[in-house]
Design a protein around this ligand. Structure first.
Ligand SMILES: [Zn+2]
Length: 57
């Protein structure tokens, strides 16, 4: 019953956290479809992090 999915913030793919590449950044774990996306994220995390709760007016 734990069929949660995660979004790859780089390419937008839905990924399975069980098999995805996990990267921890600023206390949050992000999941990626492949290591290439994870490397892209590590290169510039601020560019890829969804800002759903930190909206600046
Ligand atoms: Zn990806």
């Amino acid at each position: 019953m734990t069929s949660t999915t995660a979004s790859d913030p780089v390419c937008g793919m839905q990924v399975d956290p069980q098999t995805a590449v996990a990267v921890e950044h600023a206390g949050h774990v992000y999941h990626f479809c492949e290591s290439a996306c994870a490397d892209t994220f590590r290169d510039d995390p601020g560019r890829w992090i969804p800002r759903d709760e930190t909206v600046e007016a």
